[in-house]
Design a protein around this ligand. Structure first.
Ligand code: NAP
Length: 340
């Protein structure tokens, strides 16, 4: 039984409510698929709308020359999808049965949804150090961010000493990006060797504005309204010191929100959903599509997530049409069977 107590079978259920989810909903709704979005339930770590809800100003989403807050952008995307009669339920999906046809989704509230097609758009979460002041300042727009490309160009960071924690390609890329605005960028890395690819590391290390604090961990983020400094510990000597900074950026990886998909669709080693076809969003289960950060460890931008959301809806629409036309009981892969 579904949430409304009927045997209703949806055409497409979209799981997640970031740019990928709302764009998929918009396209599916306009294709008259009457989509249902399970937008997630608010928790301490995630809220409907996803990572952009934790961002202050978004200045790189096309169409907003004056910038837009992450929250407003998500509200507007949702409103646009709802305008075309997208139905929305505020609940988390905890299980998907991909063996049954139609697919069966179970929610945290104990409801069951049946659907011919599913679009996974649950996103990823940036990893944080887990320090007390870190999350508070990140959420209040207090100069702590897990996305330099999103936030680095804000006026508050101009001509400041900015710190980036991490030793991978993201940290190098973010540090280089921040050199456009900062007076100095300090990469804080817990070891004496970078994880980043040699070319990225070389570029960052050779930049005159970049310094590296090797064998160093951040033990405290300082600042009341806005970050003012970091307390650091040398992992070799154990020595503690403080460093004044005007901005603090984290680049210590992301974790895709795919715990409920383990063993259901193929995931890569880091838990991202695999979409085997080039320029396709179909997963290893025909009829299940993925869009946005849940399948993209590389670009991770709102605009690319929205783009893949559009692709997933178009692919789902064509796949559903193909199923209907052929009367297929066992769905075949859209990627294999249908030029979309
Ligand atoms: P990553 O390669 O997993 O690197 C994460 C870094 O954060 C590592 O240096 C790690 O330290 C550090 N770290 C993790 N947890 C930490 C903690 N609790 N405290 C302090 N440091 C911590 O992640 P990524 O840099 O986001 O890259 C992800 C993938 O995207 C990679 O495959 C990367 O090549 C790719 N990428 C490519 C580009 C590009 O080519 N332009 C740009 C960005 C990302 P350890 O080294 O000590 O483990």
């Amino acid at each position: 039984m579904s949430q409304d107590g009927t045997d209703r079978v949806e055409n497409v259920v979209i799981v997640g409510s970031g740019p990928a989810g709302w764009t998929a909903a918009l396209y599916a709704a306009r294709a008259r698929l009457d989509p249902l979005v399970l937008e997630g339930a608010p928790s301490r770590e995630m809220i409907p709308g996803g990572q952009l809800m934790f961002t202050t100003d978004v200045e790189n989403y096309p169409g907003f020359p004056e910038g837009v807050t992450g929250q407003e952008l998500m509200d507007r995307m949702k409103a646009q999808a709802v305008r075309f009669d997208t139905r929305v339920v505020t609940d988390d999906v905890v299980d998907v049965d991909v063996e049954s046809r139609p697919f069966v989704l179970r929610s945290a509230a104990g409801d069951t949804y049946r659907s011919h097609a599913v679009i996974l758009a649950t996103g990823a979460r940036a990893n944080w150090l887990g320090l007390e002041n870190e999350q508070r300042l990140a959420q209040s727009g207090g100069g702590v961010s897990a996305c330099a490309v999103c936030d680095g160009a804000l006026p508050a960071f101009r001509d400041q000493v900015l710190a980036v924690v991490g030793g991978g390609d993201s940290a190098m890329e973010e540090a280089l990006y921040l050199t456009k605005f900062a007076s100095k960028v300090v990469i804080i890395h817990r070891r004496d060797e970078l994880r980043a690819s040699p070319i990225m590391a070389e570029r960052a290390l050779n930049h005159p504005k970049v310094e590296v604090a090797w064998n160093t961990v951040v033990t405290e983020v300082l600042g009341d309204e806005f970050v003012s400094g970091l307390r650091l510990r040398d992992t070799v000597s154990g020595e503690e010191r403080e460093m004044e900074v005007g901005g603090f950026f984290l680049a210590i990886g992301h974790t895709p929100n795919t715990a409920f998909l383990q063993g259901k669709v193929e995931l890569d080693d880091e838990g991202y959903v695999i979409t085997p076809g080039q320029w396709r969003t179909e997963t290893t289960v025909p009829g299940v599509f993925a869009a946005g950060d849940v399948m993209d460890p590389y670009f991770r931008q709102a605009v690319t997530a929205a783009g893949t959301g559009c692709m997933a809806a178009l692919e789902a629409e064509r796949w559903l049409a193909h199923q209907e036309a052929t009367g297929a009981e066992e769905p075949a892969s859209a990627t294999a069977s249908e030029p979309v």
